[in-house]
Design a protein around this ligand. Structure first.
Ligand SMILES: *Cc1c(COP(=O)(O)O)cnc(C)c1O
Length: 455
């Protein structure tokens, strides 16, 4: 094997189509239900929130969906993204494992999120949308959509989870630099926000609450649509460029992953990397072990229930079947803001339920320790979310060492942590604590799951 460090594809190898795993599933997804009637919803029910082209992608079972040329043209700013062989990390771990990572931090906002933000902004502009409303956790999505919205002439309003709004002032500055408007959530601008503030004036906010605010704004205005940065099928679809490129890059490396690892908040960077490989497996190709990693403080897949639930705390969204901690569960204020969501994408949940993937949960101090090891060997300071993937990759590489097995590990480095230095400051000062999820809070939130006749 050569001693190459970086596998780069030429610009003309940016994928021409996204990959849709719905075409290869052994069993179809459970239908999305109307919260009022309990019946499956149709495209018209979603029309106030999304342009028809994205609704079509949401329900599509076509294997390949063409990437519009204007979207590929923006992708050219940073794609194809590099795939690295982590030789210095391997040496530091003294492991026989070969470790590769696909790096999405080369995008303008520093994560994988522009892969879908650009597509969503494009389809909205084509449909005549003037304004997009959205939520953001750590601020990665808000800055990605602000960047993409600006390129396509859309105004972007971002409801940012309050704890992150306070922890990450530079993310807000980035949104505003790209022309977005950033509001701390819960806010006084919406009924959903005012209801939370009336009950809990000191609320840290949550993604579920911020989604309620953004959905309320979009539903109430004709010129405004809603954009979600994860969870939905069309978002996972757009992220498939990550894995499609990685398949080619692993071929360049003359290697193939035994294990694929990515962190999962709503599941989009995980699905983006893993689904193209899983699709090959489902069509009779090589088997691959796939691990989704979540925070122990918000253990959606490892401790949640697989059931119909709302996507938001205010119960404005349709009901989707997913692994969930309950839509009213508010996780501790861990630094991986992008992983603080009560649910998991229906596609990732279904595939986990089918036994095609595994889930692991790690505490944040172990993740930051892994992040530091990575920064000190490979040089890139990982986003707090991405440290979860690194933590798992290191654990698997250590198992390889114990067993003397030279396995190939590929993990997703979903973004850099250059805007998350407060988290590293806290870690280095010994101030980070591990929050177990609160059992009583979990029992309460699960007890409030909606009853659904169709189940
Ligand atoms: C948002 C974010 C995540 C979590 O979102 P997914 O949809 O689960 O990918 C992970 N890593 C980074 C860097 C993020 O910005």
């Amino acid at each position: 094997m050569s001693d190459t460090t970086k596998y780069l594809l030429p610009e003309n190898r940016i994928p021409k189509s996204w990959y849709n795993i719905a075409a290869d599933l052994p069993e179809p997804l459970a239908p999305v239900l109307h919260p009022g009637t309990g019946q499956p919803i149709g495209p018209d029910d979603l029309a106030p929130l999304f342009p028809m082209e994205l609704i079509g992608q949401e329900v599509s079972t076509e294997r390949e969906i063409e990437i519009p040329e204007p979207v590929r043209d923006v992708y050219r700013l940073w794609r194809p993204a590099p795939l690295y062989r982590a030789r210095r990390l391997e040496a530091a771990l003294d492991t026989p494992a070969r470790i590769y990572y696909k790096y999405e931090g080369v995008s303008p906002s520093g994560s994988h999120k522009p892969n879908t933000a650009v597509a969503q902004a494009f389809y909205n502009r084509e449909a005549g949308t003037r304004r997009l409303s959205t939520e953001t956790g750590a601020g990665q999505w808000g800055s990605s959509l602000s960047f993409a919205g600006n390129l396509f002439g859309l105004q972007v309003d971002v409801y940012m989870v309050k704890i992150s709004f306070n922890q990450k002032p530079y993310r807000r500055a980035l949104m505003e630099t790209y022309g977005g408007r950033c509001v701390a959530s819960p806010s006084n601008e919406t009924e959903a926000g005012r209801a939370i503030l009336a009950k809990d004036p000191g609320s840290n906010g949550s993604l579920g609450i911020a989604i309620s605010e953004a959905v309320e704004v979009a539903a109430g205005r004709d010129d405004t649509k809603y954009a979600l940065g994860s969870v939905l099928n069309h978002v996972l679809l757009h992220q498939s460029v990550i894995g499609l490129e990685a398949i080619e890059q692993m071929e360049m490396a003359d290697d193939f992953p035994d294990i694929i690892i990515a962190c999962a908040g709503g599941g989009s960077n995980f699905a983006g990397l893993a689904f193209p490989f899983l699709g090959q497996q489902l069509r009779g190709g090589k088997d691959v072990r796939v691990i989704a990693v979540e925070p122990a403080a918000c253990p959606t897949m490892t401790r949640g229930t697989y059931a119909y639930d709302f996507g938001d705390t205010g119960h404005l969204t349709p009901l989707v079947k997913m692994h969930t901690l309950g839509s009213t569960f508010v996780p501790e204020g861990i630094h991986a803001g992008g992983l603080r969501y009560h649910g998991m994408s229906p596609l990732v949940s279904h595939i986990l339920d089918l036994g095609l993937i595994e889930a692991q949960a790690y505490h944040q101090t172990a993740c930051f320790e892994a992040g530091l090891t990575f920064a000190r060997t490979e040089g890139i300071v990982p986003a707090p979310e991405a440290t979860h993937a690194i933590c798992s990759a290191i654990a698997e590489a250590e198992i390889c060492k114990q067993n003397g097995e030279a396995r190939t590990i590929l993990f997703g480095l979903s973004g850099h942590g250059n805007f998350d230095m407060q988290a590293y400051t806290d870690y280095l000062a010994g101030k980070l604590v591990d929050h177990a999820h609160n059992e009583d809070e979990l029992a309460r939130a699960i007890g409030e799951l909606p009853e659904v006749a169709a189940e």
